[in-house]
Design a binder for this molecule. Structure first.
Ligand code: ADP
Length: 398
């Protein structure tokens, strides 16, 4: 069986057709700049299949048009979805609220409920719904499954998920820590157990998902007990363009004194903050180059990033008491040896010892970067949310 995984954003759709058992990727690609009026020669879809890249040029008026064009590219590349043995379509859905915490077969009621959760994720859930509706219209015979980014954190302990605000207000408006990147944290912690030849139930883990968005989780015996993201994906670590934690008083201060309204502050904290806000760039490759040139703002951005990361590492070491594995994943975590080295520097007394040669080795597979005598295994494990969504979807429809 093959599964088409769709990650639909506000102006883009990422997709992958893969076999969840063999893990073979048949094709993958991305539709970008949906809804923009563009000249006919602008490439809006890049579709990769059998080592070749196929392109679609010209504007894409909406998500449905984008998916129709993608289906055309599948056919052009010799993989007609109608005959490809498609067993399910798996959709990444960002916010499941209190309602969804398992992979869920999509029905009209489920679509409505995901849409109703939009107040908790105004940028994401409406885009997810449009992707789901377009795919259902184009593939009415194929079961569609929603996999939620919040699901892995649904059962966080009350003490970890509760914000210390008026309890009635919180309950009335769904204010709690939900957490995000759950599919990645769950997948990676499972890979760690396989790598170590242990069961997830026997392991206490810290997973550091450091991509453009970034989050950490503390996992005890396979269950998440804490995570850095909160009601929204803004809380916690410093990210590419998001601030992560700050004094909420800053928001009131800016609204009262900086001639900014709520939407301005929202945009500031989500899009013009983090590494970008501090240094002008949000990509860690560029940040590294700036630091090498002696750019002091870039150096400070790196230090703020590491400071926050270590603060949460300390918190989770104490929360878990005993930690068996600390794992780096996602774009920065998998590729940036300097971030990994700085995050875990001088923690020998906590049983954490990094092997410099292992840390800096060019290797893309799951690997250990701690020394053999490090009590805590430190690993780098590539995340694969598409595979996790495909597997969850296949399991549900089976
Ligand atoms: P997203 O959150 O968009 O899924 P990714 O997990 O793909 O993000 O991470 C993207 C980020 O990873 C980039 O913005 C960049 O900062 C970082 N990154 C990617 N490749 C490298 C690399 N070779 N070295 C350092 N950082 C990298």
């Amino acid at each position: 069986m093959k599964v088409l995984v769709i990650n639909s954003g506000s102006s883009s759709i990422k997709y992958q057709l893969l076999d969840p058992d063999s893990t073979d990727v048949v094709a993958s690609g991305m539709v970008s700049r949906i809804g923009e009026s563009l000249p006919d020669d602008v490439v809006t879809i890049e579709h990769k299949s059998d080592g070749k890249t196929f392109e679609h040029q010209g504007e894409i008026i909406d998500h449905a048009a984008g998916l129709r064009a993608v289906f055309g590219l599948f056919a052009d590349s010799g993989h007609d979805l109608a005959t490809e043995g498609l067993g399910a379509v798996g959709h990444r859905v960002v916010h499941g609220g209190e309602v969804f915490y398992e992979p869920t077969l999509i029905t009209d009621d489920v679509v409505k409920a995901i849409s109703d959760l939009s107040s908790l994720a105004p940028l994401h859930n409406p885009a997810n719904v449009v992707g789901i509706e377009s795919a259902r219209a184009l593939l009415p015979e194929v079961p569609q499954v929603a996999v939620f980014d919040t699901a892995f954190f649904h059962h966080l302990p009350a003490a970890a998920k509760t914000y210390a605000i008026d309890a009635e207000t919180a309950a009335a408006h769904g204010v709690r820590k939900y957490g995000f990147h759950g599919t990645s944290h769950e997948y990676v912690s499972g890979q760690v157990a396989d790598f170590l030849g242990r069961e997830t139930t026997d392991l206490n883990q810290i997973v550091l998902h450091l991509g453009n968005g970034a989050s950490a989780s503390a996992i005890r015996g396979g269950r998440a007990v804490d995570t850095t993201m909160g009601l929204t994906p803004l809380e916690g670590l410093v990210m590419g363009t998001r601030s992560g934690d700050l004094d909420p008083g800053i928001i009131f201060h800016l609204i009262r004194t900086a001639d900014m309204d709520v939407n301005d502050v929202d945009a500031l904290l989500n899009r013009q903050s983090g590494i970008k806000g501090l240094s002008g760039v949000n990509d860690f490759r560029e940040l590294g180059q700036l630091i090498e040139k002696g750019d002091t703002a870039a150096k400070l951005a790196f230090e703020v990033y590491i400071h926050r990361l270590r603060r949460y590492l300390g918190a989770y070491l104490v929360e878990l008491g005993r930690v068996d594995a600390i794992t780096f994943t996602a774009g920065v975590g998998e590729n940036d040896a300097k971030v990994r080295a700085a995050a875990l520097a001088a923690l020998e007394r906590y049983g954490i010892r990094i092997d410099e040669a292992r840390n800096t080795a060019k290797d893309r597979s799951a690997r250990q970067i701690s020394t053999d005598d490090s009590e805590v295994a430190v690993l780098v494990v590539p995340t694969n949310e598409e595979l996790a969504i495909a597997r969850a979807s296949a399991k549900l429809v089976a």
